[in-house]
Design a protein around this ligand. Structure first.
Ligand code: ZN
Length: 241
């Protein structure tokens, strides 16, 4: 069985389509949240994802759009996008976002947006945050999003967890060691590479492979300009930060 691992899609339909063209056949999609927010295609992105076996947890943007979380904590551009997104979605799609769980277990994986200590808000980017999540982890592996930064963080028995690179197109074999994994951002990468980032979990091989794909950034940007999105959100897509 093959599962797509997606995080931080952010209503970016062109990025999603590029991934579907690149990934080959798959059985399920596991998503670590932030399906919507920032981007121009919340309705279509949700429709496309939900036409598959789509297993998702809530991100802070999903919760804000659904009215579960106040946009007070968001910066101006993010708050604007959350309000705009809420206006685009129908009541059924809003209810879908509202009902997303904070965590879910799929086989040996636990999915969460931020961290197991603060599901919607914590950026799991420090050794201390990784150790705290590993202490709360009931499965072998944890899948996260939120930072839009790809990495594998490995538990080290008797010492602090270690962040390592998650290389491209190099299947990484899962083993005894517990990992926290971020596949990178689908719809708004922030590691200085504008290409969309995602991963594939192959059950038979017991591997996770990360991939990058080029997508039509200017098409996404044109849609954002037409809808009146803040300039900062439009520009950052081409820089990947
Ligand atoms: Zn995000």
């Amino acid at each position: 069985m093959k599962t797509l691992l997606l995080a931080d899609i952010h209503s970016n339909l062109e990025a999603l389509e590029a991934i579907f063209a690149d990934c080959g056949s798959f059985d399920q999609i596991w998503c670590m949240g932030d399906v919507v927010g920032y981007g121009p295609d919340p309705v279509k992105a949700l429709e496309v994802l939900r036409s598959h076996d789509f297993r998702c947890v809530s991100g802070n943007h999903d919760a804000a759009v659904a009215g579960v979380l106040s946009v007070e904590e968001f910066n101006h551009a993010a708050a604007w996008a959350a309000r705009w997104t809420a206006q685009q979605l129908g009541s059924e799609q809003l209810a879908f976002l509202r009902e997303l769980p904070l965590t879910r277990e799929e086989g040996p994986f636990t999915l969460v947006h931020g961290s197991l200590r603060a599901a919607l808000w914590e950026y799991l980017v420090s050794v201390e945050a990784a150790a705290a999540s590993l202490a709360l982890l009931n499965t072998s592996y944890c899948l996260v999003g939120h930072s839009h930064l790809p990495f594998i963080c490995r538990e080290q028995m008797g010492s602090a967890p270690r962040f390592t690179e998650f290389p491209e197109r190099e299947p990484m074999r899962l083993g005894e060691e517990r990992w926290v994994v971020n596949p990178g951002g689908v719809g708004q990468p922030r590691d200085g590479d504008s290409r969309s980032s995602y991963a594939i979990y192959d059950t038979e091989e017991g591997t996770i492979e990360r991939r990058r794909v080029v997508y039509d950034i200017s098409k996404t940007q044109r849609k954002m300009e037409l809808a009146g999105h803040p300039e900062s959100l439009i520009r950052r897509l081409e820089f990947g930060h």
